[in-house]
Ligand binder design. Structure first.
Ligand code: C2E
Ligand code: MG
Ligand code: MG
Length: 614
């Protein structure tokens, strides 16, 4: 349904809101062109008749048609597709046009659907019966092209006017409570079908009555219009980094439910807690003063948030809970938002706080790289380092990546973080080189960096800026990277390798492992996950797995690194099965770059130490 202002109660309000004029109003009958977007459904057992009518209407500029030949399916199709107008044949086998008309008029949602009857009968009884059952208009077969186009246009214009009165608020032009409830129902059905989450925000604005009492109703209306516009700006704002809406859709749509009540429906969000982001934006925009006839006035805002499936799966429950939560926000001091579900409230606040802190940490250079040595098993010599990120909380506290990388992935912050890691590691390699401590460094790259950034360009720039040899760099990727869109990923990997950079598969064995896919991938190294190394001593199966993996990797020409080596027995076994390199607390934990200096300076000493161990 895309015409304006004709709003069938199931239409997609998100689009409608975007099409309002600068005052938020839908212009009645002004732009007939918009009616050409109406969805016209035809039900007729003669496909040829439908094709002819469709052709005539296409000539008149209409674009959207649904043709239904089987009248027994008509009502179901109408309920699913919700057309703007129905062209209904009367004489059909099994289920007649009258049967359909009668059934539709008995359904609350379709009481006002314009239904134009197409009949070859000229007898007045048929026409009277159709009118009695609630038909909107008639057309006689064979149809006259001009009459068809004009009757359709007029019917749609009347419907537009009725919809404007029935479903839109006269002051703000926003959809009203009737449309809101219908939309929540509709969105719930969609969310259930698509397994999405949905959020409803209820906003109570305080101070409007005072403005009306002081400045009169006209100024009051102006302020309310301003509120409506500010709210719409909040749901339209999208930023790539923390966008919670799915598929680039706007966050939601705004409704005016009562004199000082508004609602925002976020029909599909990744996580219900994203509604908190919308709520924060609303609180922010509502804070600045409103203009009441030249005087600055302030309003207060309380927002209650409910979500599906956490708080219920019935629209009336969700709305009731959102109203209660808004009242709760008021009792807690006002100008705030509250979740109906306290569980969500705590987790989402923590999340939001952490996301804000992480952004702050990036801006204030609180992220640091630690480095963990990787040693050659045969000689014990340090052959490389893995760069591992840390978040500095204060002088004594570092937050490990496990606590913030998942959030960074989810919010997209991993992309700028990942670019920084590459640049910083390259800079550090250059610094070591200048001190005569040349060393190879591996760094972790997230799948998002492949899909959401120009990784090749990022790496290339970092290499150029630091003037290091590309072969000093390994990028570690995880198996999940190959779960989809493999061709595109392989193309990027190949470009990276063409730069001279090496590629390793990290945490091998934990994901999506299939040894056979290894032979198709442009990789140089395989890192066996710590979970296999951990149980080498007691698990015969793990020993067999590790041994087989090393054998096969070597057959494919790959270097093998064992992760998480903590004990001498593990080292002995790995040496026996010809693993190339090991990394683990047994030799050293990750440490700041300055502490690595001395290890690199004493590389020949550690060679002899390590040899002693093995
Ligand atoms: P990873 O890439 O597999 O890194 C190895 C992890 O194992 C590191 O944890 C390291 O400290 C730990 N480890 C090494 N040897 C041992 C050992 O002998 N015993 C035990 N128990 N642990 C050992 P860390 O530094 O906490 O990193 C965890 C994960 O966070 C990394 O796993 C990697 O997936 C991710 N990560 C770290 N830095 C970055 C980064 O810059 N970008 C991205 N995208 N992910 C990163
Ligand atoms: Mg790694
Ligand atoms: Mg790993």
């Amino acid at each position: 349904m895309a015409i304006e202002p004709i709003v069938q109660t199931t239409s997609d309000v998100l689009n409608k809101c975007d099409q309002a004029d600068s005052n938020g109003f839908y212009k009645l009958g002004q732009e007939f062109e918009q009616h050409k977007d109406a969805t016209i459904m035809m039900v007729d057992d003669e496909p040829l008749t439908m094709e002819v009518v469709k052709m005539l209407l296409e000539d008149a500029g209409y674009r959207n048609f649904i043709l239904v030949e089987d009248s027994t399916q008509a009502v179901i199709k109408i309920q699913e597709q919700r057309p703007d107008l129905l062209l209904l044949d009367v004489m059909m086998p099994e289920v007649s046009g009258f049967d359909i008309l009668r059934e539709l008029r008995g359904l609350e949602d379709f009481t006002h659907l314009p239904i134009v009857i197409l009949t070859s009968s000229s007898d007045s009884d048929t026409k009277l019966e159709a009118l009695d059952l609630g038909a909107t208009d008639f057309l006689s077969k064979p149809v006259d092209p001009s009459e068809l186009a004009l009757r359709l246009r007029n019917t749609l214009v009347i419907k537009a006017y009725q919809d404007q009165l029935a479903y839109y608020d006269g002051v703000t032009g926003l959809p009203n409570k009737t449309l809101f409830l219908d939309q929540v129902d509709w969105a719930l059905q969609r969310a259930q079908r698509q397994n999405n989450q949905l959020a409803v925000l209820h906003l109570e604005v305080g101070g409007i009555k005072r403005i009306i009492d002081t400045f009169g109703p006209n100024i009051g209306d102006q302020v309310i219009r301003d509120v409506g516009q500010r709210l719409q700006s909040c749901v339209r704002m999208t930023d790539n980094v923390s966008q919670g809406g799915l598929g680039g859709e706007p966050w939601g749509s705004v409704f005016r439910l009562g004199s000082n009540e508004f609602s925002i429906l976020c029909p599909s969000v990744r996580h219900a807690s994203y509604a908190a982001v919308v709520a924060s934006r609303i609180l922010d925009v509502m804070k600045s003063p409103f203009d009441a006839d030249g005087t600055e006035v302030y309003l207060t805002s309380n927002i209650g948030i409910t979500s599906f499936p956490d708080d219920g799966d019935v629209s009336t429950d969700l709305v009731k809970h959102a109203v209660n939560a808004a009242a709760h926000a008021n009792t807690k001091g006002g100008d705030r938002f509250e979740f109906y579900s306290s569980k969500l409230s705590v987790s989402s606040l923590n999340r939001m706080r952490m996301e804000a802190d992480l952004r702050h940490a990036i801006e204030n250079h609180k992220l640091e790289l630690y480095y963990q040595p990787q040693n050659c098993l045969a000689s014990g010599v340090i052959t490389g380092l893995e760069a591992l990120i840390r978040w500095r909380i204060d002088d004594d506290t570092m937050r490990p990546p496990g606590e913030f990388i998942p959030l960074a992935e989810e919010t997209g912050l991993i992309v700028p973080i990942g670019s920084w890691v590459i640049e910083e590691a390259c800079r550090q390699i250059a610094t070591w080189q200048k001190k005569g401590l040349s060393i190879h460094v591996s760094m972790n790259v997230s799948a998002k960096q492949f899909t959401d950034s120009d990784l090749v360009n990022v790496v290339n720039k970092a290499l150029k800026k630091s003037s290091i040899d590309p072969t000093d760099l390994t990028l570690e990727v995880t198996e999940s990277l190959f779960a989809k869109n493999t061709d595109r990923i392989v193309a990027v990997l190949e470009k990276l390798r063409n730069l001279g950079v090496k590629i390793a598969i990290d945490d091998f064995g934990t994901g999506y492992s299939s040894l056979s896919y290894l032979k198709h991938l442009p990789v140089d190294e395989l890192k066996i996950d710590r979970s296999f190394i951990m149980d080498i001593k007691k698990s015969r199966k793990d020993r067999a797995l590790v041994k087989a993996t090393i054998f096969l990797a070597h057959e494919f020409g790959l270097k093998v690194v064992a992760e998480g080596v903590e004990e001498q027995e593990q080292l002995e076994f790995l040496n026996k099965v010809k693993c190339d390199v090991y990394q683990g607390f047994y030799f050293a934990r990750p440490a700041p770059a300055e502490e690595i200096d001395s290890l690199l300076e004493n590389r020949s000493d550690c060679e002899s130490d390590a040899k002693k161990i093995v």
